[in-house]
Design a protein around this ligand. Structure first.
Ligand code: HEM
Length: 284
């Protein structure tokens, strides 16, 4: 037990956990980017249908019938990984500053010099944190558009919410700049993580470095292109027509909500007690 505490509080232990949480987050980012490629479909009605089906699938996915939705578990793991990653980064930065005075900890041991990416690691990381707060505020708690799915149910239109977020040229530009910063962060993070894991090999290290560059450029460009495409689509008349269609669904949505609320409440009579009201939480 003692060795676990020693490991977790040691500098190398913290760096290795940072590397593992970082690798997990990098995998998430890649998957997220691939999912978002559906925003590159310029046939608005078909993009709206496929993107909303995709987000409905993600939010409703629960093959093992857990009492809580899988998406909440995934979100919990993501928040924990982000929090641990950032906490360790800041702790290591403070510890190294104390130990070395003005010399930061992110020294490129292989080349013996600091690069732009290593120097800015903590700042690009904190920028990503700020970006994420803004990102989730705008999408999760942002504008609610409505969409009727192929089952005739009225659900949230995540496609319109996402596309309309980019309607503001300021936000579209902020996203493109953010993707550059995220790319710079990922670029150094990958080679640094492999170094921390002790993988420094004459043959493999250059390959890992190139893979790191390719990965960060693909991610920055992939997200960046998506942001530009969404900005373009948001200004198109077809998108405006879909917004009108979404607004027209409001009265039907109110009816659907009222019906669902009524269905959740049921009452029955137990002779010795009288009328019992039960409230059921029906989850599909
Ligand atoms: C063009 C760029 C991007 C677009 C269009 C986009 C779009 C979205 C959308 C539509 C959601 C779902 C929100 C919801 O369920 O309420 C989301 C969630 C999220 N995004 Fe992005 N995203 C982009 C870039 C990024 C980047 C670069 C990161 C990471 C650095 C990121 C991290 C996240 C996270 C952590 C979530 C929450 C996941 C969850 O709740 O399960 N996104 N994004």
């Amino acid at each position: 037990m003692k060795w676990i505490i020693t490991y977790l509080t040691s500098s190398i232990g913290k760096k290795q956990i940072m590397g593992c949480t970082g690798a997990f987050l990098a995998l998430f980012i890649f998957g997220h980017m691939c999912g978002n490629f559906q925003l590159l479909n310029f046939d608005q009605a078909s993009a709206q249908a496929s993107y909303n089906a995709y987000t409905e699938f993600l939010t409703g996915f629960n093959p093992l019938h857990f009492p809580i939705k899988m998406i909440y578990l995934v979100e919990l793991v993501l928040v924990a990984a982000f929090a641990l990653h950032i906490f360790l980064a800041v702790t290591l930065k403070i510890e190294n500053k104390k130990a070395r005075g003005n010399v930061g900890y992110e020294v490129n041991a292989r080349k013996g010099k600091k690069t732009f990416a290593t120097f800015t690691m903590i700042w690009s990381g904190l920028f990503v944190l700020g970006f994420l707060v803004q990102h989730l505020m705008m999408l999760k708690f942002g504008e609610h558009y409505l969409y009727m799915n192929d089952k005739g149910e009225i659900v949230r239109d995540m496609w319109l919410t996402t596309i309309q977020m980019f309607a503001n040229p300021g936000w579209a530009a902020f996203y493109v700049i953010s993707m550059f910063v995220i790319g710079v962060h990922l670029f150094h993070a990958i080679s640094s993580a492999f170094q921390t894991m002790g993988i420094a090999h004459q043959k493999w290290t250059p390959i890992i470095d190139i893979a790191g560059i390719v990965y960060s450029v693909v991610v920055a460009l992939g997200f960046g292109i998506t942001a530009v495409a969404a900005f373009y689509l948001s200004g198109q008349p077809e998108t405006q027509a879909l917004i009108e269609k979404s607004r027209a669904l409001q009265p039907q949505y109110e009816q659907q909500k009222a019906k669902m609320d009524a269905e959740k409440k049921a009452s029955f009579v137990i002779p010795s007690i009288g009328e019992v009201q039960v409230s059921l939480n029906i989850e599909k």
